[in-house]
Design a protein around this ligand. Structure first.
Ligand SMILES: O=C(O)C(=O)C[C@]1(C(=O)O)C=C[C@@H](O)C=C1
Length: 268
């Protein structure tokens, strides 16, 4: 089963993808991963969804709302960043924007005057550092190679730093089994109490929400798409009952069932 994820080799997404398959291919944008799976070019994709320090990976949420794919698995991995460089003489630190943000406190304290460069992935930052001694990278310490050294380890602002990834597949692989479900609701309307009404069907059936995130719909200012994760499977009657009510409330918009799955923790 060929799995597409964020590359080049050595990213955290790559580490998470090894839990899904041994046959891994790389691209440098989350949107491209979701598009390639929706188009049937790859059986699986692995994308980051949210981080315990920095929050949502918004590009992933927007792509899940837009393209026709299923969430088939959830993978949670600890994220432990290292600072890699030829030596201490670097002037720039290159990494993924999420990784730079997860180390904000460390960087402010130790390198307040160093320029930060956001690149497509942590492993791309490592390649920049390999090619140029004036550049350091923030990435997993296993990326140390060539003339690079690990200058500091565990530089993330919280030791418990973790990122939740999902494995996606074609919409035809959507499962109703599993202890957790992801859906996206676009009500395409706005009136007092709408959000409360959309969430009440879960509370009434004792379904625990594990996440609620709003993203701009892109249609007009103040118009939102809601990403909801909850702890029940699509196969359950109570879930079907809740979704029927929500679909009636969102009749001018849509409700997308991304799928049910089980949570998995992978130690990196
Ligand atoms: O650049 C990487 O290594 C990635 O896999 C991306 C990513 C992200 O987008 O959040 C994944 C995990 C970490 O939170 C930092 C970066």
């Amino acid at each position: 089963m060929q799995t597409l994820t964020l590359g080049p080799s050595g990213t955290y997404s790559h580490r998470a993808a090894t839990a899904v398959s041994e046959d891994i291919a790389f691209t440098e944008s989350v949107t491209k991963i979701v598009q390639a799976v929706a188009n049937g070019e790859y059986d699986r994709g692995v994308i980051p969804i949210e981080n315990s320090i920095e929050g949502s990976v918004t590009e992933s949420l927007d792509a899940l709302a837009e393209y026709d794919v299923a969430v088939v698995r959830e993978i949670i991995t600890p994220i432990r960043h290292a600072l890699l460089a030829h030596d201490q003489s670097f002037e720039t630190i290159a990494s993924h924007a999420q990784a730079l943000a997860q180390c904000r406190g460390y960087l402010d304290e130790h390198y307040p005057d160093v320029e930060l460069e956001a690149v497509a992935s942590t492993a791309r930052g490592v390649q920049r550092a390999l090619d140029d001694p004036s550049i350091a990278a923030i990435a997993h310490p296993d990326n140390v190679q060539g003339d690079l050294q690990v200058l500091a380890e565990d530089i993330q602002d919280q030791t418990s730093n973790a990122t939740r990834f999902v494995a996606i597949g074609p919409a035809s692989d959507r499962s109703e089994a599993g202890g957790k479900t992801s859906i996206v609701i676009y009500p395409n309307s706005d009136y007092p109490g709408l959000l409360l009404k959309l969430l009440e069907p879960f509370a009434e059936r004792d379904i625990n929400l594990s996440r609620l995130e709003s993203r701009p719909s892109g249609e007009r200012l103040g118009d939102y798409v809601f990403h909801v994760d909850f702890q029940a499977g699509l196969y359950e009657d109570r879930t079907q009952g809740a979704l029927a009510e929500i679909e009636a409330l969102a009749e001018d918009g849509w409700v997308k069932r991304l799928g049910s799955y089980d949570t998995e923790h992978v130690v990196s």
